[in-house]
Design a protein around this ligand. Structure first.
Ligand code: ZDP
Length: 281
């Protein structure tokens, strides 16, 4: 079977987008998705995203498989790519157009902006340890500035879910973190029953932070949208960041705002098409 696909990337976090509007089940299996994501034996991507029909009154449903075939609840860079992809499928919409997209993390609302930017209402962060989920909690039931032993070292971490789970560590020099050596040990630590996405943050200024990420199911990537949102929330909770903050990732910058007014996190960043093609399944 020939499979038509479109490649998009947001800050170098790259995805295979599939027009899945004709059926409610994903067009490919997790195993096929992992093969498509392989950079030597397939198309190459950090994940496969399915643009499915809407659910519960939403315009569309988004599902995503990571490059190892696992299924996360949400994907921040991916939903910006999905908004641009839908715009392309619908034949082009004006700046300001919003979509209600159902995800496993609830309703997420991207809005088309000028110059290939997309602003996304990412909803409210989840801070309850049992719901993140993590066993790391203090007596007050908060998962803020908690000690975590990984690879023979005690780190001070803060955990936040944006629908998917994140563990954030503030460090002096993010470039000095040996991410390829320690990332998997965070990901599979017993404190995280659903595994974890891991972000290391260097605070340049309260309104500008640098981030490196090890993603659950994908390893080191150039950017992680949900991770940038979770990191600013963690930064506010620990007194490291302003509510309006630029996050510099290896692939570029995202603007994040944790709104005091409605408790929602808003993420603004680019999403661009790279190429289209078809492949045999
Ligand atoms: O939670 C997970 O398993 C992540 N690997 C999902 C992908 C997150 C993503 N990088 C993002 O931008 O939020 C796509």
């Amino acid at each position: 079977m020939a499979l038509e696909f479109t490649k998009y990337q947001g800050l170098g976090n790259d995805f295979i987008l599939l027009d899945n509007r004709q059926q409610t089940e994903p067009l490919v299996t997790p195993e096929q998705a992992a093969k498509l994501c392989d950079r030597h034996f397939g198309i190459g991507a950090d994940g496969v995203i399915f643009a499915l029909p809407g659910t519960d009154g939403s315009d569309y449903t988004m599902r995503i498989y990571n490059s190892d075939g696992s299924e996360p609840e949400m994907c921040g860079n991916g939903i910006r790519c999905m908004a641009r992809f839908i715009d392309q499928l619908e034949g082009g919409n004006p700046v300001g157009k919003t979509y209600d997209i159902h995800t496993l993390a609830g309703m997420i609302r991207p809005q088309l902006e000028a110059e290939e930017q997309v602003r996304v209402d990412m909803g409210e962060p989840i801070l309850t340890p049992a719901e993140i989920p993590t066993s790391l909690a203090d007596d007050a039931g908060k998962s803020v500035n908690q000690p975590l032993d990984v690879v023979g070292k005690t780190w001070t971490v803060t955990c936040v879910s944006m629908g998917n789970p994140h563990c954030i560590t503030f460090v002096d020099d993010v470039a000095a973190i040996p991410l390829e050596e320690i990332g998997a040990d965070f990901e599979t630590h017993s404190a995280f029953p659903q595994k974890i996405n891991t972000e290391f943050i260097e605070v340049v200024r309260p309104d500008y932070i640098k981030m490196r990420v090890w993603e659950r199911g994908a390893g080191i990537t150039l950017a992680c949208g949900t991770g940038a949102c979770a990191s600013v929330v963690a930064g506010v909770l620990t007194g490291n960041c302003d509510r309006l903050c630029t996050v510099e990732l290896p692939g570029g910058c995202l603007q994040i705002e944790w709104s005091k007014a409605d408790n929602h996190v808003y993420m603004t960043g680019p999403a661009e098409i790279s190429f289209q093609g078809s492949t045999a399944l």
